[in-house]
Structure formats: structure tokens, C-alpha cells
Design a protein around this ligand. Structure first.
Ligand SMILES: Nc1nc2c(ncn2[C@@H]2O[C@H](COP(=O)(O)OP(=O)(O)O)[C@@H](O)[C@H]2O)c(=O)[nH]1
Ligand SMILES: [Mg+2]
Length: 357
């Protein structure tokens, strides 16, 4: 909660208060496994931009923030793994408590993966709950289908043994100079969305859709940045019942401006009323933080099953998505009905929450 006031993205990840202000994706793999290529493929940035954007964090670990101007996700790259003379302990120690999801990269034409398996076992021994995804690269480098299948099976078996569980896996080709492997990347994007929605929503492909959805794409990163503030302000043990509604209120005002609708009491109570929150004219007079706090009842229902930070992220994102929908339709003279708006909220909540069921 301490970083809630400074929580806006200007401080950026890894601000003075220590922890990064956005979700962290840890790339684990030998030099040459395709870590930098994968960051390019996921973000759409060029190799040069990625190369210049990496900042050192330990002797050989470094980080890349995306998007650079307003970071919504951080990649951690432990580089030297598998190089002779490299001792990974320091890097693993430094990265261990700062990451939210682990991507284990192995190139299919490289059968020597013992050091990666060892590091993976070590990381998961310290943090059983860390979600991990196996990323098998170099699909195009193993031409014989039988050999490809064997390589996939052998490497996956080794990593699953090291992890002590079956890791979800994506197989892809990151061949330089060629268009990124759409199919493999889509699988990986979906796995990321399942494991860590706060990162997956940033890295998913822009989806085709109707005019409302296209307009929403322009504001999605803004909403994600507000949700990311909620994500981190609630990592502290005490649920940020004040911090989150303050972020949400500011988000609604800013969204109004973005959609050309002044977010005043009238709009506020119309929105909340349509959300079925029963906040009518009686409350409109002092519409503010206390009323918004009521938007977080999901805590009560779900907090037992999920980290408060993840729930704050999901409620804030879903609230932003629903408000965007409401504002778009209101600006076009056809405000949505209660059922419709709640569906938009529910769907956004489900996508941004990884608590299945
Ligand atoms: N053909 C092909 N080359 C790859 C693939 N993955 C990585 N490479 C190549 O391997 C080299 C190392 O990749 P890089 O992304 O820098 O690996 P890093 O050291 O893990 O960051 C580069 O020349 C890449 O183009 C792949 O899936 N297919
Ligand atoms: Mg690299």
C-alpha cells in the first residue's frame, strides 16, 4: 500500500520503493535460446529497440520494460545460463522474488538443457506457486518430423521432471527475418493470459471487432495501466480498500474525457445504476470514494481463492472495460441496458482473472 500514492506509472517499474509497478515475466534459457527474439515477437518491437531498451539489474541479468514510454509489463532476462564459468546463483537469487511468471525457453536443436532444468528446479523449490510455461523454440531448425517430435518430448519430459509438474507448453519458430510464427505465438499468448492476465492482456494481439471494440483498443493500455496500479498497491498484505477505489475513480474521470463525455455525478450515477449497484440520486450528491468502495464486493466472494492484488487488477480492468462500453454507447445516444453492461463487466473480469471457476 505504501506505493499507492506514487503508484502512477511515472515512477515506472522498480521505482524507489523496491518492487516493480507492473507484472514481471522472467525469461529463463541458455544464451541463444531465443529470449530476445521472443520479446521482439511478443511486443512487435524491433531487435534494435529491444537491445537498446534492456537495462542491467545484476552482473548478467537485465530487464526490458514494455511499452518503454509507459511500462505495463517487464521482461527479466537471465543471460549467461549455460555459458562456461557462469554461476547462476546470484542472478536466480536476485530475480526470484520479483517475478510473477516464468517462461522456460529451450531451443529444440539443442539437447543440452541440464543447467536450465537445474535452475528451474531451484526456482520452483523456492516458490512452488510460481506459474511456469515451457517455450520450445527453433521448430524450423529441426526439419525431420520424427526428430522434431522426439526433441519436443525429451525436452518437455526433462523440464517437467525438474519442475515436479507438467508445464503447459508452446512450440514455436522464431526464425530471424521471417514473419513470427503466428500459431505457436497464439498458443503462448493464451497460456500467458491464463497464467498472468496482467501480462497476457498487454501482449495479446489486437483483435478484430466492431466499432466499439476498435475504439476500446485505443484506451485499453490506459485501463491496463490503472489496473496495474491496483495490481501492485494490493500486493501488500492489507487489502487496499482506499487505494483501489481512488485509482478507479480517477480512471473513470479520465475515460470520460477520452470518450468526450464529462464524467460528472449524473453520468456517474447512471453508470453505477446500470451496473446494478443501486446507487441512485440519493447517493449522487456525495458520489465519491465510499460509494466506489462498494464496487469491490468481489473481494468478499473471491478473496479467499486469489491474491488481493490479482482481484484488484481484475475488478479495475473490468470496471474500465464496462465504463468504456457505457461511454461509447452513451456518446452515441444509446446507453446500454443493465444486463448488457453486466455481461461486458463479467466477461472482462473473467478474462483478467486467472481464478478459473
Ligand atoms: N531459425 C531460428 N533461429 C532462432 C530461433 N530462436 C532463436 N534463433 C536464433 O538464435 C540466435 C539467438 O537468439 P536470441 O533471441 O538472441 O537468443 P537469446 O540469447 O536467448 O536472447 C539468433 O540468431 C536467433 O535468430 C528459432 O526458433 N528459429
Ligand atoms: Mg538475448
Amino acid at each position: 500500500m505504501l506505493n499507492m500514492k506514487s503508484g502512477h506509472s511515472k515512477t515506472g517499474p522498480g521505482g524507489a520503493s523496491g518492487g516493480p509497478a507492473c507484472p514481471v515475466v522472467w525469461l529463463l534459457g541458455k544464451t541463444g535460446a531465443g529470449k530476445s527474439s521472443l520479446v521482439c515477437a511478443l511486443t512487435g518491437e524491433s531487435a534494435a529497440e529491444i537491445g537498446n531498451g534492456f537495462k542491467p539489474c545484476t552482473r548478467s541479468a537485465r530487464s526490458y520494460d514494455f511499452p518503454p514510454e509507459q511500462p505495463l509489463v517487464r521482461f527479466l532476462d537471465t543471460r549467461g545460463l549455460g555459458e562456461s564459468g557462469y554461476r547462476p546463483e546470484d542472478d536466480l537469487e536476485a530475480c526470484r522474488n520479483r517475478s510473477h511468471v516464468l517462461l522456460v525457453l529451450c531451443r529444440l536443436d539443442d539437447p543440452v538443457q541440464g543447467m536450465v532444468a537445474g535452475a528451474l528446479a531451484d526456482i520452483l523449490r523456492h516458490d512452488r506457486k510460481m506459474p511456469a510455461i515451457l517455450v520450445l523454440t527453433g521448430r524450423d531448425l529441426v526439419v525431420d518430423p520424427g526428430a522434431l517430435e522426439r526433441a519436443e518430448r525429451t525436452i518437455a519430459a526433462g523440464m517437467n521432471r525438474a519442475a515436479g509438474r507438467d508445464l503447459p507448453a508452446a512450440v514455436l519458430s522464431l526464425a530471424p527475418g521471417r514473419a513470427a510464427d503466428g500459431e505457436g505465438l497464439d498458443v503462448l499468448r493464451q497460456l500467458l493470459l491464463d497464467a498472468l492476465p496482467a501480462a497476457g492482456l498487454v501482449l495479446e494481439k489486437t483483435r478484430a471487432g466492431d466499432a466499439e471494440q476498435l475504439e476500446f483498443q485505443k484506451h485499453k493500455r490506459f485501463i491496463l495501466s490503472c489496473a496495474g496500479v491496483a495490481f501492485t498497491s494490493d500486493v501488500a498484505p492489507v487489502v487496499g480498500m482506499v487505494a483501489v477505489p481512488a485509482t478507479q475513480l480517477k480512471m473513470l474521470h479520465d475515460l470520460g474525457r477520452r470518450y468526450g463525455v464529462k464524467w460528472d455525478r449524473k453520468i456517474g450515477s447512471a453508470f453505477l445504476g446500470t451496473m446494478g449497484l443501486g446507487i441512485g440520486a440519493r447517493f449522487a450528491a456525495n458520489f465519491g470514494l465510499r460509494e466506489l468502495a462498494k464496487l469491490v464486493p468481489v473481494y468478499g466472494q473471491t478473496a479467499g481463492a486469489a491474491a488481493a492484488g490479482a482481484i484488484s487488477f481484475a475488478t479495475t480492468y473490468a470496471l474500465g472495460r464496462a465504463a468504456a462500453y457505457f461511454l461509447y454507447r452513451t456518446a452515441n445516444g444509446s446507453p446500454p441496458g443493465e444486463e448488457e453492461l453486466r455481461q461486458v463487466y463479467r466477461r472482462a473480469f473473467d478474462r483478467s482473472s486467472n481464478e478459473a471457476g
